[in-house]
Design a protein around this ligand. Structure first.
Ligand SMILES: [Zn+2]
Length: 404
């Protein structure tokens, strides 16, 4: 289906690698695989000349299910090809692909970053639906070629239905993905088209609004049709559109900002021998949920979460060294804020220690520090667009002062 910058999937199983990309199956994929298997095996309806399953095949149920299973597996291979097409273009633009995951809503390619140049994003977004369309049309051609063959062979009849299924569902997949809603490819195509005329952020906001509107329309249609799966997809699209806007807002706001301008330099630290009891008192009085652990140099990081791991019996004796995370995840003052935020996501931590070249602690940066700056930058940019009244020079930025 789409591709994303952040990995939402954790409970996945890696089944192999293609073009160096780990291919993963998410637990929910088994559900959708089973649904397709049963639907293909039992369905006997026809749409536009396509038979949508093996239900009417004149044979025993075992054979029908064997065809159904084969068709379901081949279909998900074509979904994988769709994702590989996105990934191939991304790799050409120098983007690293972390993984491709097959899950309940199809496939997701997780990328390090999404190219911001409108032309590149456009080609990358089109690659997926184009590959589905090519597979669909190819299968359709094959179906037309084989249909006139007159035979009583169940195998040939089944093959013909299978090829028809691939034609129908791949053309459907291409069309569905061109819906102008994130995280559908159509949403990204819309964004890159808009981005040639406005800022990347503005384009994302507009595309996201269109996406949410489409999701609501789809949701209403789904409720009217009483289609549970479509309702789920509509909800998924609605929140994905919102997330995409948020992620872009954060990334664009942090552009050109380094860790040094976000970090707190007034860092309180604890010693590895500090008791957990004392640590909790310190947290209570300072309202900080985590501290760097220092013993002639930075040795780790300890957070409120870490203290929850100790049992009641051990609590009285536990020291910081027993629960801390060591070594601490660190960044430099010159690290780009976007990279620091990405590191937090990768390591699943909410604070990073800032160290200088010689390795000594100079500051700390938390998730909240990022959110604060995003708010401020968003308002500042908006006001800058309004422009200062003539003859009035905006005041210089206030120099940072030592905070207490
Ligand atoms: Zn796609």
């Amino acid at each position: 289906m789409g591709y994303e910058q952040y990995d939402p999937m954790n409970s996945s199983l890696t089944i192999g690698r293609i073009m160096g990309i780990p291919i993963k199956l998410h637990l929910t994929f088994l559900v959708i695989l089973a649904v397709f298997l049963v639907a293909f095996s039992m369905n006997d309806s026809e749409i536009l000349g396509f038979t949508l399953g093996f239900g009417a095949l004149d044979t025993d149920w075992g054979t029908r299910y064997a065809f159904g299973a084969t068709a379901a597996i081949i279909f998900f291979i074509t979904v994988l090809i769709h994702e590989l097409a996105h990934s191939y273009m991304a790799i050409r633009y120098g983007v690293r692909i972390r993984s491709i995951t097959l899950m309940i809503f199809g496939g997701v390619a997780t990328m390090e970053e999404i190219p911001k140049k409108p032309g590149q994003e456009l080609k990358m977004a089109f690659a997926g639906p184009l590959s589905s369309l090519a597979i669909g049309l190819g299968a359709y051609g094959l179906m037309l070629l084989l249909t006139p063959i007159d035979s009583n062979s169940i195998l040939l009849e089944g093959m013909l239905i299978l090829i028809g299924l691939m034609a129908f569902y791949n053309i459907f997949l291409a069309a569905f993905n061109l819906l102008p809603a994130f995280p559908m490819d159509g949403g990204r195509i819309l964004r890159s088209a808009l981005a040639t005329r406005m800022s990347h952020l503005e384009a994302t906001k507009k595309a996201s609004a269109v996406g949410r509107f489409s999701a609501i329309a789809m949701g209403m249609f789904a409720i009217w049709q009483f289609n549970i799966f479509l309702i789920m997809i509509a909800v998924f699209i609605y929140f994905a559109a919102r997330d995409e806007e948020q992620a872009t807002l954060v990334n664009d706001s942090l552009e050109g900002v380094n860790v040094v301008s976000l970090m707190s330099t007034d860092v309180k630290v604890v010693h590895p021998d500090t008791s957990v009891q004392q640590l909790l008192d310190l947290m209570y009085y300072t309202r900080h949920k985590g501290f760097p652990v220092v013993d002639r140099g930075l040795v780790g990081m300890v957070t409120l979460e870490d203290t929850k791991r100790i049992s009641m019996e051990m609590f009285r004796f536990a020291r910081v060294r027993d629960v801390m995370t060591s070594p601490a995840t660190t960044v430099m003052p010159s690290t780009a804020a976007v990279d620091a935020l990405k590191l937090m996501g990768d390591k699943r931590v909410s604070r990073l220690a800032v160290v200088n070249e010689s390795g000594s602690l100079v500051g700390i940066i938390t998730r909240k520090d990022f959110l604060r700056v995003v708010d401020i930058v968003a308002i500042r940019k908006q006001r800058a667009n309004w422009g200062a009244p003539p003859g009035q020079v905006p005041p210089p930025p206030i120099p940072p002062t030592a905070s207490s």
